[in-house]
Design a protein around this ligand. Structure first.
Ligand SMILES: [Mg+2]
Length: 276
């Protein structure tokens, strides 16, 4: 870790303390070995977790987090995507893992405390590192200061890939289905990619892989998303509007009517929570 990176790390940890107030999540100490690995950049909301900010009878959360943000305490109901722990454990041997989210730092910090207890994630970039153009959240991978031909970026929102489309890998959105296997199915592909001299364009490598092994997500609905204006008013990525989603909730979403109601609830929540 060079001097500038060390200063940035100290500043980020200091800012976590200020913003999160009771934050205890500390970024791992990187060494030169980590920087020789390829980089796996992961979105947070609906890619690794799904969080809600009000009790929802259709949502089977696994834990409740208290998040302090700008002096206000928020209650966050969190559900981890199935196989997340295995995904991080196995792939951290091949990649430096970084989270890049449109959520606020205080929110991201608290969620990472819960989902990364083994500290496989080496860094995170949050809303202050995103660019908002006409209400669309853009994630510019160049700010990560990693070689782009050695970097794979997984997100459930195709908008996020706009600045470096060759790095993007679109994953179906996760809400709370306990049958979701997306992370599990990605592991062998990503392990194989770790041995390639260059990993871009990711979509081309994925097509080659799927031509041999079959489509990774063909039985799962890939969510198409747009983003509402006023993104700045949301603690997480809550203002992302889901345009299409067919949940496979074993426990809760069993009928078409329930599915429609769930989508409606999600859209309403997205448009109203934490506005202003
Ligand atoms: Mg997302």
């Amino acid at each position: 870790m060079n001097c500038l990176q060390y200063i940035k790390r100290c500043f980020k940890n200091f800012r976590q303390k200020l913003d999160g107030q009771d934050s205890s999540y500390q970024l791992s100490t990187q060494n030169s070995q980590v920087r020789r690995k390829k980089t796996l950049v992961l979105d947070l909301d609906e890619t690794l977790v799904h969080c809600e900010f009000k009790e929802n009878p259709n949502f089977h959360y696994e834990t409740i987090l208290d998040v302090w943000h700008r002096g206000v305490l928020y209650t966050v109901y969190l559900c981890k995507r199935p196989y997340l722990r295995e995904f991080l454990q196995q792939l951290s041997a091949y990649y430096e893992i970084i989270v890049f989210t449109a959520g606020y730092e205080s929110y991201c910090d608290k969620v990472l405390q819960h989902i990364d207890i083994d500290r496989h994630i080496s860094d995170y970039f949050a809303r202050s590192n995103c660019r908002f153009v006409n209400g669309i959240c853009l994630k510019d991978l160049s700010i990560l200061d990693r070689p782009l031909d050695q970097l794979i970026f997984i997100d459930n929102n195709a908008n996020a890939f706009e600045m470096q489309p060759e790095n993007g890998l679109l994953i179906p959105s996760f809400l709370d289905s306990d049958e979701d296997e997306c992370l599990l199915r990605l592991i062998p592909f990503l392990k194989q990619m770790a041995h390639k001299p260059k990993v871009i364009p990711v979509s081309s490598f994925l097509s080659d892989y799927e031509s041999i092994h079959g489509a990774l997500f063909n039985d799962m609905q890939v969510t198409l998303q747009g983003q509402a204006e006023g993104e700045e008013g949301s603690l997480s990525e809550e203002s992302v509007v889901v345009l299409e989603y067919v949940p496979k909730h074993r426990k809760t979403q069993t009928t078409q009517q329930q599915q429609k109601q769930f989508i409606k609830t999600l859209e309403q929540r997205s448009q109203t929570l934490f506005s202003g």
